[in-house]
Design a protein around this ligand. Structure first.
Ligand code: ZN
Length: 422
């Protein structure tokens, strides 16, 4: 059906963005079969590392060690008191918690954390997964599956990950690229004949390790997060692992290599896992890896705002590069809007505007609610420009485009049908 007025256009875009199911291409969530690797509930939400870092800013008197020696519930109490009671929770990470509580139907006027805790006790994790996926309109999520994590490996050996098609797999291989001096020992323990100095059969054995895990978990892609000083090509262990192991295996398996570039690890070790920061990276490294390996697909996101424009331009020049998401410190409304606007202007619909990066199941609600609102706002402007120029749109065309942005472009890039699409 054709859209006749600009008001009708805006309303249709907003409703379509709200109701179109999402494929969330990168999260740290787990299916129920992984047991306690799946995090959910109010105490997990409040002790998310974004909030820990924010709390410390308001409590210069609090020794780091005092916080780290508390139980999770005590930490959550302190964060609630500091960020939600003694201050107003309008930072994006705090606002996210408010959105979640609100959409779960909890009474925000009480601000009673113990009341909220009781609400979560009524659900099994299986019920809660259904509830959150339904509320957030997320059809499927890609997990982050780490074969270097002994605990997760044990879950795979027990048969986890087999029976819930809403949870997709992704093979995460950070230690191979960022910590070879430990990673080779893990590979040896798993029966691979690798040497620290890369001699002998090391290259073949690292490839065999990757192939075995691809065979075991059938990942959508292989993924790594990289420091802000990532270089390519490079005469280093990382450079060799990429060129001689990962790229050949990605090529052969026909799956993308996902790079998340720009993390500066542990700028404040006292903050522990909340202590990482970011740095601007060299787009030249991205240009070289994608253009020299055109028969490999790359999913790339970068952490620094300053890299976003050049990343989008690099994607224009290399169709084997799909840009995705507003990652971590970029996941703020002002930056999501700026990036989404620019990406749609430079790349049309050949982009994945957002992924959630959720570590806690409940966060799917706010990450997607907030992003959907911004994506709809930008699309209203873009389609509005077309409309005012005399371009008449059919509802089906808008539905097609939005389905692409919220998942279709990803599946097209993979060259696979979305298994969750009916
Ligand atoms: Zn992540």
């Amino acid at each position: 059906m054709a859209i006749r007025t600009e008001e009708q256009l805006s309303a249709f875009i907003q409703e379509t963005v709200r109701s179109t199911p999402v494929t969330d291409i990168h999260t740290h969530l787990f299916a129920e079969s992984f047991g306690d690797l799946l995090l959910w509930g109010i105490d997990e939400l409040l002790t998310y590392h974004y909030l820990i870092a924010e709390m410390f800013r308001f409590r210069p008197d609090l020794p780091y060690e005092t916080f780290w020696s508390m139980t999770k519930q005590q930490q959550a109490d302190l964060i609630w008191q500091t960020l939600f009671i003694e201050n107003s929770p309008y930072s994006e990470a705090c606002r996210g918690v408010v959105t979640v509580l609100s959409r779960l139907g909890l009474d925000l006027s009480t601000r009673d954390l113990n009341e909220y805790r009781k609400y979560f006790e009524q659900f099994s994790s299986s019920e809660y997964i259904d509830r959150i996926l339904s509320l957030s309109g997320v059809r499927s999520v890609a997990m982050t599956n780490d074969p270097f994590d002994a605990y997760e490996r044990a879950r795979w050996e027990e048969g986890a990950g087999q029976n819930d098609s809403r949870f997709l797999t992704a093979l995460r291989i950070d230690p191979l690229l960022n910590g070879w001096d430990q990673a080779y020992l893990t590979l040896q323990q798993q029966g691979y004949q690798v040497a620290q100095d890369f001699s002998g059969d090391t290259i073949q054995e690292v490839r065999r390790f990757l192939q075995d895990w691809i065979g075991r978990i059938d990942p959508l892609y292989m993924a790594v997060s990289l420091p802000d000083d990532f270089a390519y090509p490079e005469a280093s262990v990382r450079g060799r692992v990429i060129d001689e192991c990962i790229l050949p295996v990605a090529r052969e398996a026909g799956i993308p290599f996902a790079l998340m570039i720009g993390v500066k690890r542990q700028v404040n070790p006292s903050l522990k896992y909340a202590g990482d920061s970011l740095g601007r990276s060299d787009i030249g490294a991205v240009e070289r890896i994608v253009s020299r390996n055109q028969d490999v697909k790359f999913l790339i996101t970068m952490l620094s705002r300053e890299n976003q424009h050049e990343l989008a331009v690099t994607a224009r020049k290399n169709r084997n590069l799909l840009v995705f998401g507003c990652w971590w410190f970029l996941n703020n409304p002002s930056l999501i809007e700026e990036m989404t606007r620019m990406r749609l202007e430079l790349l049309g619909g050949s982009v994945i505007p957002q992924h959630s990066d959720c570590r806690i199941l409940d966060q799917l609600i706010y990450k997607w609610d907030h992003s959907r609102e911004i994506i709809a706002k930008v699309l209203c402007d873009k389609y509005g420009d077309l409309f005012r120029a005399g371009w008449r749109l059919e509802e089906e065309e808008i539905q097609r485009d939005i389905a692409g942005l919220l998942g279709g472009a990803f599946w097209n890039f993979l060259g696979k049908p979305d298994p969750a699409a009916v």
